[in-house]
Write a new protein. Structure first.
Lengths: 339, 339
C-alpha cells in the first residue's frame, strides 16, 4: 500500500493539497465541512502530515522501542529491567513489544515503532527470523537500531550479545576438569543462534580434551521446561554407557534433571554433575543447588540502551556512526550440583 | 514554568503568531531563516503546536502507559505479560515505566505519559504514595486511568485488584483446618495496602476460629528475600511456645523458612506447615514444594487492559464512563509444605 500523502488525499477529495494542509492544521480560512472531511479521511488512512512528523522528529519523541521474543522468561525480564532503568535515567521512555517468537509480529512491530516515531529500536530476533528485509529497511532509513541477544550477521548495525559458544565451552571444560567423561547435552531445536552456539561450544570443549562427541547423548527438548528435563533424564538413563555429566542449555531443563535424579535416588554430584544456564531464581532453591551461568541480563539491557543512545546522538549531530559489537561478560556460579 | 504557546514564541522573536504557525508547518511563504529560528526555539522549549497535538489526539496515539513499582518481581512480570499481550491483540502498544517504588518517579512518569499523548494509563502505586493530587489531576483531565494491584480508595477511577484479605483469611483457615494451632505470620512494613490486608485476613481467620492473635509471633521483614525468611525462622524458633504453621506474605520468605528448617532438620509439614503467596517458579522446585496462592498476574494484566479500553472507547464516543471494581480470582495451590 502506498503511504498516504497530502497529494493523494487532495486528489481523492478533489481539492488542492494546500487546502488539505490548511485543514489538517486547523487554519481558519478553511470551511468547517472541508476541515472535517479532510481530517476524517486522513485519520482513516493513518496519515501523518509531514509537518506533524517533522516537528515530532525535530523535538525527538524521547521514546525507544524494545522488541523481545519472550516477555516472561527470567533472562528477558532482567534485560527489560536494565533497559527501562537505563532509558529512564537518560530521559527516555520505552515502548515494550513482545513478538511472542512470531516473525509476522516482528515485522509488524518494527512498522509500528517506525510509525510511532521512536528515536531508536532495540530488537532481539525470533527463532524463526531467517529473512532480514524488514530489518534492513529500518537500517536503510537510518533509524538507530541495536540487535541484542538473538542477532544476525546479515544485519549491519550494532550488536550486544553474550558469547554463548565460549561460555558453553567453559562450562563443559569445567565438567571435564572435575572428572566427568561422558557428558550429555540437552539443547533446543537448532534454529536459534543461541542454541547452536552453546551446542558448538560443548562439542569444541569435548574435542579439545580428546573426548569424542557422541550424538546419541545429545538430546533435543520440545520446550525448555522442568517436565522436559525430567522426560529426557529418563531417556539418558536408558543409555548403555552411564553418563556422568549434563550440560542443559537452560536452567529449567537442568532443574528437571535434578528433580528426576532425586526421585530415582541417583546422587548429584557424586554420580552425575549438572550445569544449567541463566542463574534464574530457582537455581538457588533446588536441592542440590544448581551450578549455572549468570548471563547478567540487566547489564545486557543497560549496554544495549547505552549503545543505542550513542547512535541516536551521533545521527542527531550528523556525525558518522560506528557500529559496535559488544560482548557482555558472563559469570559461572559454582554451586552444589557439580563435583 | 508557563507552557510555551504560539504567542509567547512570537513575542520572544518579535514576529506575528501566524508567522510562527506557518514556520512550524513549513509553509513556503516564510523565509528559511525565520523558519529555522522559530523551529529551533520551539524545539528548545519543547513546544508542541496545537495542530500537532490536535491531530495526534484525533488519530489516537494507540499507546497506553503502564507504570509498575517493580519491574523484576515475578508477579509484575506476569502482569506485564498479560498487559502487553492484550494490548497488542487490540492494536495498542505499551510504554512501560518503572517507578522503582519511588513517589517522585510516579509523579514524573504520569506527566511523561500525559505529554506522550497516551490514550490511557495503567498504574500500580508505590508503597509510599500517601497523597493523590498527581493522580487526581490525571482523572480531572478525563484521561482514561485504571489502578491495578496497589490501589487507593482516594482516587475515583476503575480498579483491578486481588482480594488480599480474603485469600490470607482462606490460607490461614486452611492451616487451622489441617490442625495448626500456633500460626506465625511474616509480613512487610505496614505501609502497603497489600501487606495490611494480608495481615488483617490472617488475624480475622484466627479470631473466627477462636484462636487469640499473638503479636509476638507476627514478624516484620526488612526485605521480601530468602535470607530474611531464614533470619526470621531463627527468631521464631527462639519462642517459648512452639509454632506449628507459618503464613509468609510472599514466596521468597516462605522458601527461606523451608530452607532454614531443612538445615535444622525440622520436618515440614509434620512439625511446621508453611504457606507463601505468588506461586512463583521456585515454589515447585523447593523441597518440600511450597503450598502457595496463585495470583494469576496474567489475568490481572488482561483485565486491567480490557477495563482501560472500555473507558477509552466510551470517552471517544462521549458516552458516560462507569468506573468498575474488578476482583481477579486467585487459586490456592496445595503442595507438600502443608499437612
Amino acid at each position: 500500500m502506498d503511504k498516504p500523502t497530502l497529494k493523494l488525499i487532495a486528489k481523492e477529495l478533489g481539492i488542492s493539497p494546500s487546502t488539505v494542509s490548511k485543514a489538517l492544521n486547523n487554519y481558519p480560512d478553511v470551511g468547517e465541512k472541508t476541515r472535517q472531511r479532510v481530517q476524517e479521511l486522513a485519520a482513516s488512512r493513518k496519515f501523518v502530515p509531514n509537518s506533524v512528523a517533522q516537528s515530532l522528529r525535530q523535538q525527538e519523541s524521547k521514546l525507544i522501542g524494545f522488541i523481545t521474543p519472550n516477555a516472561v522468561h527470567y533472562f528477558f525480564s532482567n534485560v527489560l529491567n536494565g533497559v527501562i532503568h537505563t532509558a529512564q535515567a537518560n530521559g527516555y521512555s520505552v515502548i515494550v513489544l513482545s513478538s511472542e517468537d512470531k516473525i509476522e509480529f516482528e515485522k509488524e512491530q518494527l512498522e509500528i515503532l517506525m510509525n510511532k516515531n521512536v528515536d531508536g529500536i532495540l530488537l532481539s530476533l525470533t527463532d524463526h527470523t531467517t529473512t532480514y528485509d524488514h530489518i534492513n529497511k529500518v537500517v536503510a532509513r537510518k533509524m538507530p537500531l541495536v540487535l541484542y541477544d538473538k542477532i544476525s550477521k546479515f544485519v549491519n548495525c550494532s550488536k550486544v550479545t553474550i558469547n554463548d559458544r565460549k561460555i558453553a565451552h567453559d562450562a563443559t571444560r569445567y565438567l571435564i576438569e572435575r572428572g566427568c567423561k561422558r557428558i550429555a547435552h540437552i539443547r533446543g531445536a537448532l534454529n536459534s543462534i543461541t542454541i547452536i552456539d552453546r551446542y558448538l561450544g560443548y562439542k569444541k570443549a569435548l574435542k579439545a580434551h580428546g573426548i569424542e562427541a557422541d550424538e546419541s547423548i545429545v538430546y533435543e527438548c520440545n520446550q525448555p521446561t522442568i517436565e522436559e528435563g525430567k522426560r529426557i533424564t529418563d531417556l539418558m538413563l536408558k543409555e548403555k554407557i552411564k553418563i556422568d555429566g549434563v550440560l542443559a542449555f537452560t536452567d529449567s531443563l537442568a532443574i528437571g534433571v535434578i528433580l528426576r535424579l532425586n526421585e530415582l535416588g541417583i546422587k548429584i554430584p557424586e554420580e552425575i554433575s549438572v550445569i544449567g544456564f541463566s542463574n534464574s531464581v530457582q537455581t538457588r532453591v533446588v536441592s542440590p543447588s544448581l551450578t549455572t551461568i549468570d548471563q547478567h541480563g540487566f547489564d545486557m539491557g543497560k549496554k544495549a540502551v547505552e549503545t543505542l543512545l550513542k547512535e541516536i546522538r551521533a545521527r542527531k549531530k550528523k556525525e558518522p556512526v560506528k557500529f559496535e559489537n559488544i560482548d557482555v561478560p558472563t559469570e559461572m556460579i559454582i554451586r552444589n550440583s557439580t563435583r
